[in-house]
Ligand binder design. Structure first.
Ligand code: XMP
Length: 511
């Protein structure tokens, strides 16, 4: 049985980051909302509990607090920032608004280098971000570190394994943060660092076999990271009883269908049914210019095609989907008071009218863990490291009406962009880099002749998660080269512009 750490979420922006850090220490963890019923928590049987930060003040009327029953479980607890204030407040100490908000790096002096703060030396840097502070400790608690502004920057119970820190060990600005978390996990909680992707694969393969029995599984393969790794993992478990359907909607990048089919069918030996439905999608999109309408049409067509193919293939009990842990957290609103609203749902998701049991083998994993699983299962890096590609594909990059001719122009330009970003080594540093075809024409001159042709927009952004993004500072020489190549090589384009807007207020895609 794997050791599990429970993270109770009080709504911090960095709760997921805590989870990732814990997993990096090779310990499995799950996030639950701070108000989760004690039965649910007990069922998880955690080796230790981490209380996240959060935006509230403990003395607010509706402040999220902790059920005392959680402390009665007698498991080690680490409160982080707001989590520390919750512990202080509940156990009889005093929390109050600080004179001014403390934000940024602070020098942390270690007063007790045993357990939690072992191996940190006498002084280190800690990242602070709080408006309230602990004024007096609950009885039987003692300070184990301080900063110039905070006499209680870290504290512990003198007898029980209860700890709290005012700063954020999970962010990179706390350089020894990883050591602190590891101390908590391994020394205080006694967890074994056995959570590896190899162990995940073994366990998952067994579970899939058990769940699926002798049935067959259907999977919509898009060629993206999540569906690729899902398919490969399920194939590892049940072999040819997995059937993948790859729908070519005519809105894909150049060579995409061929390369996905080649990789999965020829190299990895999966059963892949490739359906060329491009005419059907293009027909449905005729005359449509509104982006949201395009999305709806493409989603509906996808479900139609997928259902038809599934019917031809006979009865399936299971549908495999590449749901990841961040999707699970968002859809269950596990996140506390700061829940974020997801703006996009993958086109190519669950056909709502079909009755399937869902198989979601990656639902406990973060994206970087999924990539590691994929690597262990021999999926090529070109697939694992590829930029995200929207479900509606190039339909939202051909601005205005989508036609075969305009798609072909964009595909040619986009191929040059990708090629140059890869050749210059910039590709890996970008969240996304692509071309869009604008719905305007501009005047140019080629040789002695006047031209009146299309404009291509170049978009390249850096981002952590796609929720916010900054335009990438691509070297001018590379921009120049891409522009020259597109104008020289792509018939019908006489101008290239570079998009220098960030998200927000712009979005990454143009539609
Ligand atoms: P925006 O344009 O909203 O995009 O800044 C954020 C991220 O989501 C991708 N995106 C989509 N993905 N279906 C998808 O599966 C969609 O309709 C869709 N629209 C945008 C976009 O490529 C970026 O990574």
């Amino acid at each position: 049985m794997t050791d599990t750490i429970l993270i109770l979420d009080f709504g911090s922006q960095t709760t997921q980051l805590i989870a990732r850090r814990v997993r990096e220490c090779r310990v499995y963890c799950e996030i639950l909302p701070c108000h989760s019923p004690i039965q649910v928590i007990r069922q998880l049987n955690p080796r230790g509990i981490i209380l996240s930060g959060g935006p509230a003040s403990v003395y607010d009327r509706d402040a999220p607090l902790l059920d005392q029953a959680v402390l009665a479980l007698d498991r080690p607890v680490l409160g982080i920032c707001y989590g520390m204030q919750v512990l202080t407040h509940l156990l009889g100490g005093k929390v109050a608004a600080a004179q001014e908000r403390e934000y940024g790096k602070a020098g942390l002096r270690i007063d007790d280098p045993s357990d939690l703060l072992a191996g940190l030396g006498t002084e280190t840097i800690a990242w602070m971000s709080h408006g309230d502070k602990v004024l007096s400790l609950p009885s039987e608690w003692t300070a184990i570190a301080h900063t110039e502004n905070a006499p209680y920057a870290a504290m512990r119970h003198v007898k029980r394994p209860l700890y709290a820190v005012q700063f954020h060990p999970e962010v990179i600005h706390t350089p020894m943060g990883r050591q602190i978390l590891e101390n908590f996990l391994l020394r205080v909680c006694g967890c074994s660092p056995t959570w590896t992707m190899r162990s995940f694969i073994e366990k998952s393969v067994e579970e899939i076999r058990e769940t699926v029995g002798t049935e067959r599984v259907l999977c919509a393969l898009s060629g993206g990271v999540d569906s690729s790794v899902t398919a490969r993992l399920v194939h590892e478990a049940i072999g040819d009883r997995l059937i993948c359907v790859f729908v070519d909607n005519g809105l894909l990048r150049r060579g995409e269908t061929e390369s996905v089919v080649q990789t999965f069918r020829e190299d990895l030996k999966l059963k892949v049914i490739a359906v060329d439905a491009s005419d059907r999608f293009l027909h449905a999109l005729k005359g449509v210019t509104d982006p949201e309408e395009k999305r709806k049409i493409i989603g509906a067509e996808f479900i139609g095609v997928f259902e038809e193919e599934a019917k031809k293939l006979g009865r399936f009990v299971f549908l495999a989907q590449g749901t990841l842990y961040p999707d699970v957290i968002e859809s269950q609103q596990v996140r506390g008071p700061s829940a974020t609203i997801k703006t996009h749902h993958n086109v190519g998701g669950l056909p709502s009218t079909m009755e399937f049991r869902l198989l979601e083998p990656l639902r406990d994993l973060f994206k970087d863990e999924v990539r590691e699983v994929g690597g262990d299962l021999d999926i090529p890096e070109t697939i694992l490291r590829r930029h995200p590609f929207p479900g509606p594909g190039l339909a939202v990059r051909v601005l205005g009406e989508v036609t075969k001719a305009r798609l072909d122009i964009l595909r040619a330009a986009d191929a040059i962009v990708e090629e140059e970003f890869k050749r210059t080594g910039l590709y890996q540093g970008l969240w996304q880099g692509f071309a869009v075809l604008l719905p305007v024409k501009s005047v140019g001159v080629m040789g002695d002749a006047r031209t009146y042709e299309n404009v291509v927009g170049l978009r390249a952004v850096v981002s952590e998660d796609g929720m916010t993004a900054d335009w990438a500072r691509i070297p001018h020489e590379v921009l120049g080269l891409i522009s020259n190549r597109i104008i020289n090589e792509v018939k019908g384009v006489n101008r290239v512009v570079y998009d220098i807007s960030s998200k927000p207020p712009s979005t990454i895609e143009w539609e």
